[in-house]
Ligand binder design. Structure first.
Ligand code: PLP
Length: 309
């Protein structure tokens, strides 16, 4: 299965033309940036591996994508989470339900008697991995060097497309979690002397945290993406009226955005449109739509006056 060559479509957002790289359409089941970041796993030999081990939130896009990849590779996914909320346990939905249906084991570390003071990552490192010789471990959010392969494929697709565009000023915009996707894209363009500028906005932590994440992956500051400052701090996973409002403004089109990262990406996009109206903008749709089911239920409970369904 090849996870490559998603379409680039022309749309209009907030009154400006925008190209959208539809990585959400990469594959009918496992699209998005996690599929890009984990693509290298598909090419690896799993004959000595029986378990894929990951961790993160019980709602994470990486949970669902890893479950699909484990199924494709014929191994078991064990996904460690701190805890699973009572609500989600009672109403499995979104990525969590999808992953369970694909046979994933989601393990709440908070319920393990031998946890002690360990973080989830520490628990995996000290209590799980030493006894598991046939396991392959993937860090949270796919923040690992192997992710460069799939992301560089995405960069090549953008570079090919860029050669068909006349504009001297092409900007690639995407929201960042770990920043892995934005960094590997920007580094590829820099190293290959391609004039595509990568601009991102932190969805997890703030600007300083994102810079430090970039530096851990790549010491050369010259190839880091530009970071947009929205002038306000948002906490990852929290519900904000601004988020659902900008998301609603994009509704009724044949593209649906997701509700954790895209609201920030769309705010950054709008800010860039205002500051540089002649730029040719490409927004990378990184998938994650399956999570909207859970997010919309949360938003509807918080803001019953909004009509979200
Ligand atoms: C994981 C994810 C991101 C963040 O990607 P990073 O490479 O960690 O920056 C953004 N959008 C969606 C939909 C994601 O699932």
């Amino acid at each position: 299965m090849l996870l490559i060559n998603s379409p680039i479509e022309q749309h209009e957002l907030f009154g400006f033309p925008v190209f959208i790289k539809r990585d959400d359409l990469l594959h009918q089941a496992v699209g998005g940036n996690k599929a890009r970041k984990f693509a290298a796993l598909l090419e690896m030999d799993f004959s000595e591996i029986d378990t894929l081990i990951g961790y993160g939130s019980a709602q994470a896009n990486s949970l669902y994508t890893m479950a699909a990849f484990a199924q494709l590779k014929g191994c078991q996914l064990e996904f460690y989470v701190d805890h699973i909320s009572d609500w989600l346990t009672a109403h499995p939905c979104g990525n969590y339900r999808g992953a369970l249906q694909l046979g994933a084991r989601v393990i709440p570390v908070a319920r393990q008697a031998d946890r002690g003071e360990l973080s989830v990552a520490g628990y995996i490192e000290q209590r799980v991995l030493p006894a598991r010789k046939r396991a392959m471990f993937v860090p949270e959010g796919g923040r690992f060097a192997l992710a460069a392969r799939g992301v560089e494929q995405l960069a090549k697709e953008l570079a090919d497309w860029r050669s068909t565009v006349g504009s001297p000023n092409v900007k690639v915009i995407l929201p960042a979690g770990t920043g892995t996707t934005a960094l590997f894209l920007s580094r590829y363009f820099y190293r290959n002397h391609l004039d595509l500028k990568v601009i991102t906005v932190p969805a997890v932590g703030g600007i300083e945290y994102l810079r430090s994440q970039f530096t851990e992956l790549e010491a050369n500051l010259a190839c880091h993406p530009q970071i947009i400052d929205l002038g306000r701090k948002y906490h990852f996973g929290k519900l904000y009226r601004d988020f659902v409002e900008i998301w609603q403004q994009t509704r009724g089109r044949d593209v649906e955005f997701e509700l954790l990262y895209d609201p920030l990406g769309l705010m950054a996009l709008r800010q860039i449109q205002r500051e540089d109206p002649s730029a040719c903008l490409v927004y990378i749709h990184q998938g994650g739509i399956l999570g909207n089911e859970t997010m919309l239920a949360r938003y509807q409970r918080k803001y019953p006056e909004l009509c979200l369904s």
